[in-house]
Design a protein around this ligand. Structure first.
Ligand code: F6P
Length: 319
């Protein structure tokens, strides 16, 4: 292999830049040229590639987001879009590809692998809903962002005896909500994986208010309801005044934590090593602190991470 490509696709996350840097520097050590495709699969379909050398990736390790930029592409899901990408790769002489992204992006990587392109995926999504890795890139940074915000909100909530509904990201995944609830001592984590009973929550919050507690925090995953609606429906029953905070895209940015910088560096290096040694069609993942490779086929078919244990922990410690 003489030349490989790299791209970041789907929702960005902190640590992507550090992983690109690691992949580029590993490849260059092995005398392999690297190009970066801009805006994920969109750039691949347009042949929008920039050469990446050691200098091009200096000064980015500590920066959130992705300097290659990212996008979600409907066109790439079609056989025509994928063929366009394959044609461009051939024309540019790119023989292998490293793809950073979440489940949709990894599904795209699998499609290219099936068309004969050597591909290695790096799980990158704050949702932490990708099987075969204990942690995806960006999760730890997003959690640290969330707990910083929740701690701040708790201070003001206590000063005013208020209950806050704090909405975090996760359309289909309650991971951020449940872990941040444990880490901040929130009273509730409401997640898409499990039903909840608002009448029961109201009763418990009322009891909490009558006990003289000065605040209550409900962390809501975005896929489990609308923060304002939940706040409106509990506000007259619980004693506490209620307020809502939607953390939104704040969660996805910022300098990566040490954990994410290290994970990104390990993932990036291993992805390139796998690609050039002919072990493609796989995703790198973290398992018991080792970096393992799992076939993309298994990753895409794999079971989502069970939430029961962490939710139980949040429940036992929260009320
Ligand atoms: O998949 C990552 C994620 O941050 C989800 O948690 C969230 O629902 C979604 O992306 C938001 O997507 P967008 O940035 O396109 O609005």
């Amino acid at each position: 292999m003489k030349k490989i490509g790299i791209l970041t696709s789907g929702g960005d996350c902190s640590g992507m830049n550090a992983a690109i840097r690691a992949a580029v520097r590993t490849a260059i050590r092995l005398n392999i040229e690297v190009v970066g495709f801009r805006k994920g699969y969109l750039g691949l379909m347009k042949g929008d590639a920039i050469p990446l050398d050691t200098k091009a990736v200096s000064g980015i390790l500590h920066r959130g987001g992705t300097f290659l930029q990212s996008a979600r592409s409907q066109e790439f899901k079609t056989p025509e879009g994928q063929q366009k990408a394959m044609d461009n790769l051939k024309e540019l002489g790119v023989e292998g590809l490293v793809v950073l992204g979440g489940d949709g992006s990894l599904t795209g990587a699998l499609a290219l692998h099936r068309l004969g392109l050597p591909v290695v995926g790096i799980p990158s999504s704050i949702d932490n809903d990708i099987p075969y890795t204990d942690m995806a890139l960006g999760v730890d940074t997003a959690l640290n962002n969330i707990i910083y915000a929740v701690d701040c909100i708790k201070d003001t909530a206590s000063s005013h005896a208020r209950a806050f509904v704090i909405e975090v990201m996760g359309r289909n995944s309650g991971y951020l909500a449940s872990i941040s609830a444990i880490a901040t001592g929130a009273e509730y984590a409401l997640v898409p994986e499990r039903e909840y009973d608002l009448a029961e929550i109201c009763q418990q919050l009322r009891a909490r208010f009558e006990e003289g507690r000065d605040n209550a925090i409900i962390i809501l995953a975005e896929g489990a309801g609308h923060a304002q609606e939940i706040s409106d429906s509990i506000k007259d029953a619980i004693g506490f005044e209620t307020r809502v905070t939607v953390l939104g895209h704040y969660q996805r940015g910022g300098a990566p934590t040490v954990f994410d910088r290290l994970l990104a560096s390990r993932f990036g290096k291993r992805a390139v090593e796998l690609l050039i040694s002919g072990n493609s069609g796989v995703m790198v993942g973290l398992s018991c602190n080792a970096i393992l490779a799992t076939p993309l086929e298994d990753v895409i078919k794999g079971e989502k991470r069970p939430q029961d244990e962490v939710l139980r922990l949040a429940e036992v410690l929260g009320v």
